[in-house]
Each structure stands twice: as C-alpha cells, then as structure tokens.
Design a protein around this ligand. Sequence first.
Ligand SMILES: [Mg+2]
Length: 493
Amino acid sequence: MFFVIPTLLLVKTPILECAKIACLATHCSLRFVNSATDKNKGANYSATLNKKIVPSYIPKMAKTFCLDDYDAIGFDLDNTLATYNLKNLLEMEYNCLAEYLVEEKGYKEEVLMKPFNEKSTDFIQRGLIVDSQRGNLLKLDYSGKIVKVAHGLSFLTPEDIKKTYGEHLTWEVTNEFVKDFLATWNGPLSEKMRTFLDYFDMPASLIFARAVEEIDKQNDGRPVESYTVYNDIVDGFNFMFTPAHFAENKGKFFPLIKQHPDKYYKKCSPHVLEWLKELKAKNKILFVLTGSYIDFANHTATTCLGDDWKQYFDFIGYFSKKPGFFTGVNRPFLRLNNLKEKDEILSTELKSGQCFSQGNWDGLIEAMKKSLNKTDIKPLYIGDNFIQDLYTPSKYTHCDTVAVCEEQSAEGFPTKEHPDSSYLKSNLWDSYFYTSNSSEGKTPTIWSDILKKHCKICVPSISYLASEPINKKYSTFNDEDSNFSTDGFYPTR
Ligand SMILES: [Mg+2]
C-alpha cells in the first residue's frame, strides 16, 4: 500500500513493464504495505475496490451459530491460524521502526529508542486512529463519536477535545470511515487518517506519539500546523514489510523473523491440527486466505503448523489483498511457481488442493461449489483483522464471520488472562471493547460495534474453537443491544 516503485526503475522501464513491476511491488505480506501499494495503483485499484461497493447487505443475525452448519470454512493466517509471541513481536517491530526513523529520517535516538516495556506500552492499543495532520491519536465509540484523544503522550481534556473536534465530537474524515470502513482505505481520505489495525502496525502508535511530543517540545511546547511523522512511519513500514525483502533479507523485520522463529512464533497445538482433519472428514471445504506473500506465508505456516501444513486445506490463497479480495470483481487468480507468482489461471480452472495468489471471492466460491457439487454453499471466514477479515466479507459478500481477538483474554473476560496481557490491554485508553463512563456505564467502541453487526461470535483463539465440539451451538452477538455486553464472547465463565 505504501510501497513506492523506485524512480530509477520507472524511468528506465516501458509503461507495460511498469505495470508489471507495480504488480510485483505489491507482493506485500502485511496489511499496511498492501494498503499502500493498493493506493499507489491509484484509480485502477479504487475502481476495483469500489466495483462491488453495494453496501446493501446487512446480515440478519441468526441467534445461534454452529460450525457444523457451514460447507466451507476459511481462515486468515497471521494471528488467526498462526499465532505469535506478541511481547517479542511488538518489541521487535517497535525497535525496527524506531531505528529506521533514527537512521534514515533523522529522528533523535534518545526520543524514539526509549524503552518499550510494560510501562510505556500502556500507551499502545490496537485500533487507534491517526489524525495525521493534527498529530493526534483517537478512540471512537460505536456511533463514531470521538471519546479519547492523545496528542503526543498527553490526553486531551473533554473541553480540549470539543475545541478541536467541535461540540458533536466528530471529524468529517472519521464520519466517512464510520459510514463505510473502506471509505478511507485509499484515496485522499487515507492521507488524513489511518487505523493501526493489527499487531504488525500497533507499536507505531507509541513512536508516533513520542515523535509528536518532541516536535512540540522543539516548538516551545506548542503544536505545529501540520505533522509529517505519519508519512515517515509509512516509509518505515515499507522498509520493514516490502514482500521482496523476505527473500532479500532486508528491512530488519523479515531477517529477524527468519533468524529466530522460536522467539516470534508459537507452535500450533496438536488438537487444532486434529480439529482441522475432523472438519475435513465431515466433507467441509477448508481454505486459507492470507495477505502475506507466498514465501513469508509459507515460512509462517510451516513454522507454526508443520511442514505438511498444506494437507489440511483444499484451497490456499496467498497475497490475497484483502479487503479487495472480497469487494473486487474479476481480480485475476495467479498460478504459483517456486514461491513466486506465475501466469493467470481462470477461476473455472481452480481445483481442490490448489494454491494460488491474489484472486477474488466470487471466483473462489464458484470453485468451491464445483468441488462440493452443490449449487449453493454456506461459507464462513475466521480472522483477526476487524476491517479486512470481518467487516468486509460480512458486508460485501454473504459470508458469515467469526472474530479471533486476543484482547478478549488479555482484558480477562470472560476467562483466564493472556500471557502478554500487559502489552495488549491499556489502562490509559481503557478497554478495546468499551469506554467506561460513570453516567452511561460501558459504551461500546467502534470495534465492538463491528463485532455485533458483522460477526457471529468472538473467540480469543482458534485453539479455543478447536477444543469445543464441532456441532456445539453458540448464542451469537445481539446486534439490537446498544450497551456493551459480553454476549457472543466465548468461552463464557
Ligand atoms: Mg491476521
């Protein structure tokens, strides 16, 4: 997404070749870089993303959910099937990005290389929204109202929030975001706001705040007109996550992941692998859709699930460019050769047991119907990214979703705590799921609202789901309840 094709390459390359390079350049493993490259594809990508934007489908929530009701069950890879030692991962990402900003962008080492520890990380939380120009980080409630704002490392008082965002505590950019979470994915609005949506970009919020604080300090303690910190962070993400860097051992992030797999990945429990076999034995189609490029995804899956990980799945889609995979029509499927993309394959040629890159949801559904010899199938997708994996498939296709959300166990509900809970939960920002307000009780956040409207249930891990019977019936989220409640979260106490 933020990947930039080297200028030199563009100058020396004919236009058609440039298009190919642009395509190759987008082989990015992670959401942030995907989004940047998508944005760089400009009008073409927007058109594709918008093609299916018929936000007509608000799912009617059935009251119960049962895995056994589905013909096809799909999984995201990172932080869903494959899990990480989050403390180590977040710390490493923080250090990679901070070092890049110090070495390449001239930020002060003593400002950014401060400790990333349990105390300082109370400032980070997944899902924070960047108001890049004002240098602010925001938290929104379910209606899009701005309920918390940090400038630098300091939180604004309610009066100051009103002074900045007006009496209604709203901002025109987040208003568009709340109407459709893809509205700010690319195009001009994406220059103004971004969300730190997953564990790959989450530590950047602390870097952003520390940098803004220092800029103000240099400006006699006053905010400046416009901040450019976020653009530098985007350059840092490109440095870290550009897909080609995995093979080239560049960008700090991939070399460290490759060098110390045991430090960063968790091994998948044998009962999860048994559960996948059990699902397949029930004649269900199992598929993986990952945004990661082929080599990194294979490294991740092999480390976590084992060398024979592909045997568990009927279809494996790499570099799927979610959310565009779900919204785009006619995005081509590409064949693979030696962990690289090759020529296009027609969706009608897709067969069970096949791996592909990119592609689109409609084509995959048709292939799965053919494979099951059914005219209609009921699909489910399970993932951790609230916009790419949950909101988009639910809103733009008729696919049910289940959320995997480690914050649930980190915050201690309904059951035991997460081993890295101090890195995931934040006293400063309050719960990921709600904001405590003495007069109104617990007001759901925008992320809770996505769960209620677009997911069946939320679980802390695939491991939990796999420990329960496949025919277990769960009560789903109640989307008519405007207060925060723990209905729909499992396990229950
Ligand atoms: Mg993921």
